[in-house]
Design a protein around this ligand. Structure first.
Ligand code: ZN
Length: 364
C-alpha cells in the first residue's frame, strides 16, 4: 500500500493542511512539519524546531546516527531547525514513515533539545504558523516582527515606479511572438497548446522587464491581448488557405456564374412553353443551382487573405467551406484555452511577488 494522507495523519497524530499538503502539529511537545513531495523523485521532508547549546556538534551527531538508520536519506541541523529527508518505503508505507518521524523526535528529546520559536529560540509561547504555504514555528513577538516586515516589503514593492509605455511595448512584443509562433506551427500542419503557454509567459515576463513590474491592470490587458491573438492567428492562417482555394477555383466559379446568369436571362425572356421545358430539363434542381451560384459569388468576392479574414464568419456559413469551420473552431479553442490555463497557473504567484504579498496565518 502506498502513501495515504489520512492514514499518515492518523499514524502520526499530526493534522493535515490540504491546500499546502502540509502535516503539522506537535509530537512529544516538539513542533513538527512533514511534507510528502512528489515530482522527479518522491520523498518526505520532516522539519522540527528545537534548540541546543551546541548546534555544530549536534549536527555531526545526527549524521552518525542517520548512518545507523534505514530510509533516512539526509539529516541536518541549522538555526533551531532540524531537517530530514525520508525515502518512501514500498511496504507499510504510512506506518514506517510515522515510526521514522517518531524516532527522529525521540532522538531530539533524548539529546536534551528543547522545542522553540524557529526565529529567536524562545522556548515558551510558540505556535504553529503557515508562512507562504510553509510551516513555521513562531513566538508572539516574532509573529509581530514578521508581520511588520511583511507590511514593509509590501509598501516598498507597491512604491516601485511603473512604466505604462514599457508595459504596453512588452504586451505588443509578447503578443507578436505568440502570433508568429502559432502561425508557423499551423503552417507546418500542427496545433499545440505550447504556443499559447509560451506566448503568455513571454508576455508577462516582458511586462515585468519593460514596465518595471507586473500590475493587475497590465496582467489582465496582457492576458486579454494574448487571447485575442490566439483566436485571430488561426483565423488569419485559415483565411490564407481559403484565399488560395478561392483563387484556384476562380475560373470555374466565374464560368458557372456566367452560365447561371445566361440561364436566368433565358428564363425571363422565355415563353410559357419554353419555361415548362426548361424546368423539366433542370429536373427540380433549381434550388441547388441557385445555392451553388451564391457560393461561387462569395468565392469570387473573397480573393485575398484579408477579404477572407474579415468575412470568415460569413464564409463558414456556406457548405463549400464547412471543413474549415470545424478546423477554425478547434484551433481557436485550443489557442484561447492554453492562454487561459497558463495565465491562471502563473499569474497568482507572479502578482503576489510583484505586490510583495506574503501571508502568515496561524495553524490551529
Ligand atoms: Zn521568537
Amino acid at each position: 500500500m502506498g502513501f495515504n494522507y489520512n492514514k499518515f495523519a492518523a499514524a502520526t497524530g499530526l493534522m493535515l493542511n490540504r491546500p499546502n499538503s502540509l502535516f503539522y502539529g506537535s509530537i512529544l511537545g516538539y513542533p513538527v512539519y512533514c511534507k510528502y513531495i512528489t515530482g522527479r523523485s518522491t520523498a518526505m521532508t520532516v522539519r522540527v524546531h528545537a534548540k541546543t547549546e551546541d548546534p555544530i556538534d549536534f549536527s555531526g551527531y545526527l549524521e552518525s546516527w542517520r548512518q545507523t538508520q534505514t530510509g533516512i536519506v539526509q539529516i541536518s541541523f541549522n538555526n533551531h531547525e532540524m531537517t530530514a529527508m525520508l525515502s518512501i518505503p514500498a511496504k507499510n508505507t504510512n506506518d514506517v514513515l510515522s515510526q521514522q518521524v517518531y524516532a527522529i523526535v525521540n532522538l531530539l528529546q533524548q539529546s536534551g533539545l528543547r522545542p522553540c520559536c524557529m526565529s529567536c529560540g524562545r522556548t515558551d509561547s510558540w505556535s504553529n504558523y503557515l508562512l507562504d504555504g510553509e510551516g513555521c514555528t513562531l513566538c508572539s513577538s516574532c509573529v509581530m516582527t514578521t508581520q511588520e516586515n511583511m507590511a514593509q516589503i509590501e509598501a516598498e514593492k507597491t512604491a516601485q515606479p511603473i512604466n505604462p509605455m514599457g508595459a504596453l511595448i512588452g504586451i505588443i512584443i509578447g503578443a507578436a511572438v505568440l502570433g508568429l509562433m502559432t502561425f508557423f506551427v499551423m503552417k507546418m500542419g500542427y496545433i499545440t497548446y505550447l504556443t499559447g503557454f509560451l506566448g503568455a509567459f513571454i508576455t508577462m515576463l516582458l511586462i515585468k522587464k519593460l514596465g518595471g513590474r507586473l500590475t493587475y491592470a497590465s496582467a489582465i490587458i496582457g492576458a486579454v491581448v494574448c487571447m485575442l491573438v490566439a483566436a485571430a492567428t488561426p483565423a488569419f492562417e485559415l483565411a490564407g488557405e481559403l484565399a488560395k482555394y478561392n483563387q484556384e477555383n476562380k475560373k470555374t466559379a466565374q464560368e458557372y456564374c456566367d452560365a447561371y446568369k445566361d440561364l436566368q436571362d433565358t428564363i425571363v425572356n422565355a415563353t410559357s412553353e419554353e419555361k415548362e421545358e426548361l424546368e423539366k430539363l433542370l429536373g427540380g434542381n433549381t434550388k441547388q443551382y441557385k445555392k451553388r451560384n451564391e457560393e461561387y459569388h462569395v468565392l469570387l468576392s473573397n480573393q485575398t487573405t484579408w477579404e477572407c479574414f474579415t468575412n470568415i464568419t460569413t464564409l463558414c456559413q456556406y457548405d463549400l467551406y464547412s471543413e474549415v469551420k470545424g478546423e477554425l473552431i478547434k484551433c481557436i479553442l485550443w489557442g484561447v484555452l492554453s492562454v487561459i490555463i497558463s495565465t491562471a497557473c502563473m499569474l497568482p504567484s507572479m502578482l503576489k511577488e510583484s505586490y510583495g504579498k506574503h501571508s502568515l496565518t496561524p495553524l490551529s
